[in-house]
Design a protein around this ligand. Structure first.
Ligand code: ATP
Ligand code: MG
Length: 369
């Protein structure tokens, strides 16, 4: 069987604690299910800076480019507040994204039935919610030039940001969204603001032509991004896959995250383009949450976002659909049993630490096999 090469970059704060639970799971999948994962571990963020003065070393960068997938924990913390800007912890992640050319950011918003009652929204709005936001990650206003603050000399300044999108960038992100929709409920909603932005006009047009040319079996709708934000809060279950640009994607995925409860629950994936020869693509999987310095080292972090990120890795990098489904069902079942880390604790539930939560999910995974 082909080996599956994984690079683990646990990072800082609760990153290593959450990653330890995934490592346990990988060991079990290898020993008991013959999964054939080959893992290496590297340093990123503050821990890399402490070891060699950079947010990621050249060797680890090279290993990331050669791995089939990268699992990333979290970076940063007050310890590194004063380090030079170019080597700050976050620079490690930005370099990985850039050099691996990860243009598609996938952020699912899933509301596990057991947690629907504790959401800030009405139960019927969020129960069973399962949407996927596909955000363009390497273009748009984040990188467009010119980008500057000009001193106008009369006590006034002018700030300029530029939104730039080329046809190929829109085509490839739309392609990812349509492909993913085919594996789900077969619906894509594209969001932009063509009423005020030229990039929105081109976005809408290219998504529509891509749809017509290759994906007309998928149901496509268009929505203005502001209306989309409103609809996400009003009735999110109308959506399956949402595809949108870098800036709108940033905002809309945070809105969607709030529908589901805790930051400690949410996974993400960032994908590159498929290799024309092998069809495989570079990919990095990470929890949406950060390094949570306030709870680091206490053994109370919720490992579910990290474990669910590994489930995405099984699904998207290794086509291990059955295993990914089983792992996601194991997470749901453990929540159903009433186990909770502190961040999702509610009355009458059983509070457990990071390691006990990881163990319980692994036990369920075995039971469901
Ligand atoms: P970053 O800038 O790296 O995104 P942040 O400051 O936005 O970080 P987090 O580090 O994600 O935020 O933490 C925000 C809050 O959520 C903190 O109070 C933290 O303890 C809590 N939190 C985040 N992740 C988890 C988790 N996995 N389990 C429990 N609590 C968490
Ligand atoms: Mg944050």
């Amino acid at each position: 069987m082909a080996t599956r090469k994984l690079l683990l970059l646990p990072g800082d704060g609760i990153g290593p604690e959450a990653m330890a639970e995934v490592s346990k799971l990988i060991a079990v999948m290898n020993a008991e299910f013959g999964a054939g994962f080959e893992t290496e571990t590297g340093l990123v963020g503050g821990s890399a800076y402490d070891a060699h003065g950079k947010a990621i070393s050249e060797e680890d960068m090279q290993r990331a480019l050669e791995a089939d997938a990268v699992l990333f924990g979290a970076v940063g913390g007050p310890k590194w507040d004063g380090v030079p800007y170019e080597v700050r912890p976050e620079a490690g992640l930005l370099r990985l994204r850039k050099e691996m050319e990860l243009f598609a950011n996938l952020r699912p918003a899933i509301c596990y039935p057991a947690l629907a009652v504790s959401s800030s929204l009405k139960k019927e709005v969020v129960e069973g919610l399962d949407i996927l936001i596909v955000r363009e990650l390497t273009g748009g206003v984040y990188f467009g030039e010119p980008k500057e603050i000009i001193d106008l000399g009369n006590g006034q300044k002018r700030a300029v940001d530029t939104q730039v999108y080329d046809t190929f960038e829109i085509e490839r992100i739309a392609g990812v969204a349509f492909e993913l929709a085919r594996t789900r409920r077969n619906k894509v909603c594209s969001m932009e603001k063509h009423n005020v932005m030229k990039s929105g006009v081109l976005w809408k047009e290219v998504v529509a032509t891509t749809h017509q040319a290759k994906y007309s079996d998928v149901e496509l709708t268009h929505m203005l991004a502001d209306a989309g934000g409103m609809q996400l809060v009003r009735w999110p279950k109308q959506f399956d896959v949402i595809v949108t640009d870098n800036l709108f994607g940033d905002m809309l995925s945070d809105v969607a995250a709030m529908l589901t409860g805790s930051l400690g629950m949410l996974p993400s994936a960032s994908l590159g383009a498929p290799d024309p020869k092998t069809g495989s693509r570079k990919a990095l999987y990470e929890p949406v949450h950060g390094s949570a310095p306030d709870i680091a080292g206490k053994g109370i972090a919720n490992p579910i976002a990290m474990i669910a990120s590994f489930a995405m890795c099984l699904r998207y990098s290794f086509n291990m659909i059955e295993e990914a489904d089983r792992l996601e069902r194991a997470i749901a079942a453990v929540l159903e049993d009433g186990l909770r880390t502190r961040d999702i604790m509610s009355d009458g539930m059983c509070e457990v630490g990071t390691s006990a939560m990881g163990d319980a999910i692994i036990r369920k995974y075995r039971e469901l096999s």
